[in-house]
Ligand binder design. Structure first.
Ligand SMILES: [Zn+2]
Length: 90
């Protein structure tokens, strides 16, 4: 469990450690972690999908404001079964 590093993004998401699902709060110990945008962990694709949909809705509202386009690809350097593969096309 030493490969994790937490890059805080206080304005963006609540600070979650990578040990519980960001949506349902389920413990992620001994299970796969589904990452989203480099810093938000989920217990399942379903939970991740839920967050994605929330974010999509929010991003549409924010579209007229500042640009939040940012690459998180460097954050996927963990050696666990982390699945990224979330591409937000805007
Ligand atoms: Zn969950």
């Amino acid at each position: 469990m030493s490969a994790y590093y937490y890059s805080g993004c206080p304005d963006n998401y609540e600070a979650h450690y990578l040990d519980s699902c960001s949506v349902c709060g389920k413990s992620l110990h001994n299970s796969d972690i589904f990452m989203y945008r480099g810093n938000t962990p989920f217990c399942s694709k379903e939970c991740r999908q839920e967050q994605m949909e929330l974010d999509e809705a929010r991003e549409k509202k924010l579209k007229s404001g500042r640009s939040i386009r940012k690459s998180d690809s460097k954050s996927s350097a963990t050696n666990k079964a982390v699945r990224t593969g979330v591409v937000t096309v805007s």
